[in-house]
Design a protein around this ligand. Structure first.
Ligand code: ADP
Ligand code: MG
Ligand code: MG
Length: 250
């Protein structure tokens, strides 16, 4: 589904990704782990098409399409979606309108008409309930006064409504208490599907006790230094990241 080859990315003049390669098949959950500043967020941001990143070498293809040739909206419509690491506030815009507008933009790209209001209400109520959120949440302005946990739930809610083909989630566990993390993890697990892939960026292993990844990759110094299965995440939890760096250097 997603193929990243020898990706080199520069941010404000310094090279952050230095030859990163990664293949993700449909149906899989991949976790990107690694020390702070390794380039994890940079990778998901570049795939999503955020501004400020210069690709100097390498390629990204998504279902055979050249992602680097696509505008950010095209990527979203193709089913490539990144949640927000620190979701922005959009004062005055109700959460429910943003979700509906995003869903309708996606349907339009698929040649479908606007979702009928009753159908949308049914869908949204079901998803809100599954995230153990109150429906009053939908009437609030996007992220305005949301707690950290509410922002994360909202990010997963967006994924549940939009059902992207590739869902990228950056540090969705940061700042969550254990109960909120379980709800968020349940939401992510319910996204698992044969025709969907999930890319989880996480600094800590804790989340991976609840979302079991098919592959774990350690990003060190702009490259994937090591890949493995879920056991690798546990090893990182007990041993830290230094040994991977040392192994790579050797
Ligand atoms: P991670 O998510 O693994 O913690 P990031 O991808 O956020 O790492 O950052 C990788 C490196 O790129 C860091 O050294 C960071 O300071 C730098 N960086 C990221 N974004 C910017 C930016 N907008 N301007 C300058 N430096 C940046
Ligand atoms: Mg960071
Ligand atoms: Mg990050």
């Amino acid at each position: 589904m997603l193929e990243v080859k020898d990706l080199h990315v520069t941010v404000e003049g310094s090279e952050i990704l230095k030859g990163l390669s990664l293949t993700i098949n449909a149906g899989e959950i991949h976790a990107i782990m690694g020390p702070n500043g390794a380039g994890k967020s940079t990778l998901s941001a570049v795939i999503a098409g955020k501004d400020g990143y210069e690709v100097t070498k390498g390629s990204i293809t998504f279902e055979g399409q050249d992602v680097l040739e696509m505008e950010v909206e095209e990527r979203a419509r193709a089913g490539l979606l990144l949640g927000f690491q620190y979701p922005v506030e959009i004062p005055g815009v109700k959460n429910i309108y943003l979700l509906k507008a995003a869903l309708n933009a996606q349907r339009e790209a698929q040649g479908l008409g606007e979702i009928p209001a009753p159908e949308f209400m049914k869908l949204i109520k079901e998803k809100v309930a599954s995230m153990k959120m109150d429906t009053s949440f939908l009437q609030r302005a996007v992220n305005e006064g949301f707690s950290g946990g509410e922002k994360k739930r909202n990010e997963i809610l967006q994924m549940l409504v939009l059902q992207p083909k590739l869902a990228m989630l950056d540090e969705i566990d940061s700042g969550l208490d254990i109960d909120a993390m379980k709800v968020v993890a349940d939401g992510v697990n319910s996204l698992r599907a044969e025709d969907r892939a999930i890319l989880l960026v996480t600094h800590y292993q804790r989340l991976l006790d609840y979302i079991v990844p098919d592959r774990v990759h350690v990003l060190v110094d702009g490259r994937i230094a090591k890949s493995g299965d879920a056991d690798l995440a546990r090893e990182l939890e007990s041993r830290g990241y230094d040994w991977v760096q040392e192994e790579t250097a050797a």
